[in-house]
Ligand binder design. Structure first.
Ligand SMILES: Cc1cc2nc3c(=O)[nH]c(=O)nc-3n(C[C@H](O)[C@H](O)[C@H](O)COP(=O)(O)O)c2cc1C
Length: 374
């Protein structure tokens, strides 16, 4: 296991075969990843402040992969890493993955070279984004339409860095899933040298709505030699563990639920029997009841705001990003709509901070275990 984290005896009782992660263990270990739970790339959300928030809730000794939002390789070569908000990293941050959006070697090469200066763990290529601007340029999920070209994008990324290269893709490039095509497509990526893959098993037309078909993750994981991580509709720690144990996934990538439960990795760790809490906390503090989650959400919002103030000098930017964070995650809480509305009214960070505190003092704000993705 990572660092000095140990699996307790009680966890041993929960394990399945040799590994706490399922009968066959996880092949992410071959890449040096001992704890195969990670936080997904999300535009407007997974900035350095959010990644710091996630780390503040991660048990000491566990390292989890986090991602930047998708970064345009057309823009990156001209951007400054230290001043472009989306590109900022924390001091000593080394377990993060920049996600690249693009399809031309002439832009991928300088983007990779530039990002290597901030020591990312690896690189990810976006082959899942369904937004029309991305499709127009044949980026994102459009790359799933041409397996040979997609394979070349992997080769170009590999050529310019020795670090692991992954691809995040969907269950299908169009209106529906096709396992047959997915197997062919992922084989091409594997042959091109991809080190691992993430499947978001919703087809393009489904965008982020409805349930994700985790059976597809199982089928692809069985067929591929490289690790295959599942994503989509992971809302609780139990979901994340189930994806590995019941669907043979090599890892679980959590997206929207991490904006509601930034402590979800801590919950997963406890479920798996890790006894070490995050630095400065006690194990008993891991939120588990709806009321505990509600109280912790308020604290997490204040912590996030604190990190935003450190990294983003522009007050409007902080307010905008915070509101988006609340719009995404507050729906897991009983007064989520009122909470989000309150964030839209605050005109300054100080006002927002005070309103959040006030909200926490006035309301019990219990969580829902799951929400419907419409
Ligand atoms: C606001 C938002 C922004 C997203 N941005 C990205 C992105 O930059 N790159 C990417 O690969 N996926 C992106 N996604 C997709 C997520 O990474 C994830 O695949 C999707 O939300 C499904 O997981 P979930 O059901 O657990 O939320 C985004 C999703 C949301 C909701």
């Amino acid at each position: 296991m990572n660092g000095d984290v140990e699996l307790t005896e009680s966890a041993g009782a929960q394990t399945d075969g040799d590994s706490p992660f399922g009968r066959s263990g996880t092949r992410m270990k071959t890449l040096g990843i001992d704890f195969p739970f990670m936080i997904a790339p999300m535009v407007g959300l997974t900035n350095v402040a959010f990644r710091e928030l996630i780390r503040s809730y991660t048990p000491a000794g566990i390292k989890i992969l986090t991602f930047t939002e998708m970064l345009s390789t057309r823009r990156l070569p001209d951007e400054k890493l230290s001043t472009t908000n989306e590109l900022k990293t924390a001091d000593g941050e080394d377990f993060f993955i920049p996600q690249l959006l693009g399809n031309e070697e002439e832009y991928i090469a300088p983007s990779v070279r530039k990002l290597l200066t901030v020591n990312p763990w690896g690189f990810d290529i976006n082959m899942g984004c369904p937004v029309s601007h991305t499709l127009r340029h044949n980026w994102g999920v459009r790359l799933m339409g041409d397996k040979s070209y997609a394979a070349r994008v992997v080769e170009w990324t590999k050529k310019h860095s020795a670090r692991p290269v992954s691809v995040k893709l969907r269950g299908g490039q169009g209106d529906s899933e096709s396992l047959e095509y997915l197997l062919e497509f992922t084989e091409a990526l594997e042959n091109a040298g991809a080190d691992w893959l993430t499947i978001h098993p919703r087809p393009r037309a489904q965008q982020h709505k409805g349930t994700a078909n985790w059976q597809l993750v199982r089928e692809v994981a069985r067929a591929r030699k490289i690790p295959v991580v599942g994503n989509g509709d992971i809302q609780t720690a139990a979901d994340a563990v189930s994806l590995l144990r019941d669907f043979e996934s090599d890892g679980a990538m959590i997206a929207r639920a991490a904006t509601a439960r930034p402590w979800i990795v801590w919950q997963i760790a406890q479920k798996l029997g890790y006894s070490t809490p995050p630095a400065g906390r006690s194990s008993a503090e891991c939120p588990s009841t709806p009321q505990e989650e509600g109280r912790e959400y308020i604290r997490a919002c204040l912590t996030l705001l604190g990190f935003m103030k450190i990294y983003f000098p522009q007050e409007d930017y902080c307010l905008e990003k915070f509101r988006f964070f609340a719009a995404t995650g507050a729906r897991w809480y009983q007064f989520g709509h009122a909470f989000w509305k309150m964030t839209t009214k605050a005109k300054t960070i100080t006002e927002l901070h005070d309103s959040i505190e006030d909200f926490g003092n006035k309301f019990e704000h219990p969580s829902f275990e799951r929400v419907k993705f419409l």
